[in-house]
Each structure stands twice: as C-alpha cells, then as structure tokens.
Design a binder for this molecule. Structure first.
Ligand code: NIG
Ligand code: FE
Length: 390
C-alpha cells in the first residue's frame, strides 16, 4: 500500500492524550503524519523523527485537526424557510410546527431533486472540514417518504437516523396514537434496513414521554441505536429517557434541571449541544460550563436543517461555543471532533493517532484557536477523507 507523509504541520491535534503535550487534545507542535492509501493513520510524531514514505506533502506550518464529526444533521429536504427566519428576526418565536412546511415541500419533491439538494449540502459541509456526518430522515413522515429519505442518506454516510417521530403529520392530527403505531410498525419495517439509529423529538408539541419511549423501544428492539431530541424548547422528560434507555446522545439539552445533569453525568449518554439553533432562533444557549463541570461528555453539532439552524458549518458552531457558551477553544474543538465521535459511538474517527482513519482538516492558520478567533473566515484549506483530499 502506498504511503504519504504530511510534513511541516505547524500544530497537529491528535485527540490522543498519550501523544504530544499530554493535554486532552494531544497536541504536537512541528509535527508530521503518515497515512496509507487505505485511509489509515500509520504514524504521527515530531517532524524530524518521521520515517520515510512514498510521497511527501509540505503543509508549511498549517494546523491539522481531526475532521469534524457532525453527529446531528437533517439534510434530506426540499424548499427553504427563509420567510419564517425573516419573520422570526422581526419577533415571531420559533415553533416546531414549521416542520410541517418542510414536510409538504419534501413530499412533493421528485427523488432527483431531493438527491441533488442532499449532495449539495454534503459537499458544502465537507468543504468546511466535516468528514463524518449523521443524516436524519424526518421530513417525509409517510412509509415511502421516510424510507426514500434514508435510502438517499445512506448513499452518503453510514450514520443514518430514522426520525419518523419528528412531528405528528397533519393527516394524523386527530389521532396521534395511530401515528405512533405507524412509526413503530410498518414505517420502522421499511426504514430499519437503511438506518443505524432511531431518534424522536421528545417535546411539548411533538412526542410526549410515553410516545417517545414506545418509539425508542421499538427501534432498539430492531437493533437500532437510540438518540433523542431532548429538552430543546423547554424542560421535559427527554434527557432522563435518553439516559435510562442507554441512548448514545441526548441532543439540544437547552433546558436542564439538576436531575437531568446528574443523569447525564452518570450515564454513557453524550450531551450534544447545537448552538446554531440558539443563534438562529434567538434563544438562550445551553449551559455548557455546567455540563462540563459535572463531567458530562459534550459534543457539538450543526443540527443543519431549514427551520431552526440552516448552517452546515462546524467551524461556525465551534466559534459560537467559544464566544457564546464559554467553552475554551480546546474544549470546543474536542467536542466537535472526539465528542461527535463519542455521540456516534465511533472510535475510528475524531482522533488522529495510529489506527484511526486519516480523516482530517488542514487549517489555513497556525492554530485551531483561529476557528473561534476568526469567525466566519473560511479557514479550512483542505479536507481529507480516507487518506486523501475528498
Ligand atoms: O433539531 N427539533 C426538532 N427538529 C429540528 C428542527 C426542524 C425544523 O424546524 O424543521 C431541530 O431543531
Ligand atoms: Fe435536530
């Protein structure tokens, strides 16, 4: 197998505390890395100690970080909701009901259009350094439209999530229990072959604790892993349910009480924070410092969707986490890489140490601190997926 030496790395973030300076990010200054053509990291260390390789690329002092792991994105949809956004900026509050607008546009869209929209968003996020992305269904809400969304998502990622329980669609308004039966029955049958995960929007106006439990339990029974949209718009049972059922992640975590924080701290459930939502809905940000102080594993993700957070940019979310949620640049970078990997229960991504996938972002900057220090600047010079530029 051919090998490539990435030389002249000004600062390498490995996310392996056993490497480098002993910090959680495992930083190595003046570093080099060798990857093979199969897409694996073979060696990392100080540049002068690098073994030889078949080819060499000089990065001229740039910073290299593990590729971002965006563990929460809704990318299969048609239409946009820029009108809703403009109204919100003029004072109309965000409400989950807007999801139905996108459901109508998505159902009406031909396969080809949905596929093109999705491919465009995936290209967009890769250009910004994301190397692993989770993609949810949830804008179809019929058996065929949910299965169609997941089949399309599976063309781009292994991290596919069945979110038939996003909201109750209009045609089931008068009988939400029948919709839960559909989601846990024929819709699950059609979607499970394309999905790794099952998710539910556990919130007033979407699904209550009993319905959410039924949905997650049905998915777990089919071998899917659980993740939950929890405590986004107000306090609620979502986080406790996620912890109790061993979900990989409780996402949003904006309105938490002490018992929620304690449950997360005592569980294997990651708290995934989505600050693009608070930015785009003008809502208070989650209390990241409280979660970190309690020892909770925190991830950052975009929640890219046309309603509450239409950004595909992990660097933007890192900047928000630092400037608005008081995470340090190191904590935010860890959460956007290793944290996302933990939220997807992956050990092969989110780090750059021997044996990991050579998925990385080359920054046009000497340090990852610039991701927050220079918000809005396109600092990702190159994204490597599987050992080469994507
Ligand atoms: O994660 N909370 C539920 N779902 C999305 C919003 C979807 C929409 O508004 O279209 C979210 O914020
Ligand atoms: Fe979401």
């Amino acid at each position: 197998m051919a090998t490539t030496l990435l030389d002249g790395i000004g600062l390498l973030v490995t996310n392996d505390p056993a490497l480098g300076d002993g910090s959680p990010l495992g930083e190595i200054s003046g570093a080099a890395m060798i990857a093979d053509s199969g897409g694996q990291v073979l060696w990392v260390g100080p540049a002068p100690a690098a073994p030889s390789a078949d080819s060499r690329i000089d990065l001229d002092g740039r910073c290299v970080v593990p590729g971002f792991v965006d563990s929460h994105a809704h990318l299969v949809f048609a239409g946009d909701r820029s009108g809703e956004f403009a109204a919100r900026m003029a004072g109309t509050p965000y409400a989950a009901g807007g999801i139905r607008t996108t459901v109508a546009a998505t159902r009406a869209a031909p396969d080809e259009l949905l596929g093109l929209n999705l491919a465009r968003l995936v290209r967009e996020l890769r250009r910004q350094g994301t190397t692993t992305v989770e993609i949810k269904s949830g804008y179809g809400l019929t058996v065929t439209d949910e299965a169609r969304a997941l089949a399309l998502a599976a063309e781009h990622t292994d991290e596919t999530t069945y979110l038939g329980a996003h909201v109750v669609p209009a045609e089931y308004e008068s009988d939400p229990a029948a919709y839960v039966d559909l989601v846990t029955g024929p819709m699950l049958d059609a979607c499970a072959p394309y999905a790794r995960w099952i998710d539910v929007f556990c919130e007033t106006g979407a699904f209550d604790a009993d319905a959410a439990r039924a949905v997650l339990t049905a998915g777990l029974g089919r071998g899917l892993g659980a993740r939950v949209h929890a405590n986004q718009l107000g306090p609620g049972p979502g986080v406790q349910l996620a912890c109790e059922l061993g979900a990989a992640s409780a996402d949003h975590c904006t309105f938490l009480d002490d018992a929620d924080v304690a449950a997360l701290a005592g569980s294997g459930t990651v708290a995934t924070l989505l600050p693009g939502v608070e930015f785009s809905t003008r809502s208070p940000y989650p209390d990241a410092r409280r979660l970190l102080a309690a020892g909770v594993t925190v991830a950052l993700a975009t929640d890219c969707n046309p309603g509450s957070s239409f950004t595909s940019s992990m660097p933007f979310c890192v900047a928000l986490a630092v400037r608005e949620m008081r995470m340090t640049p190191a904590e935010a970078l860890w959460a956007a890489t290793a944290g996302g990997a933990a939220a997807l229960r992956r050990t092969d991504v989110g780090r750059l140490s021997p044996g990991a996938r050579a998925d990385l972002a080359v920054l046009e900057a000497p340090s990852y601190v610039h991701l927050a220090y220079r918000p809005g600047v396109p600092l990702v010079a190159d994204t490597w997926i599987g050992g080469g530029p994507f």
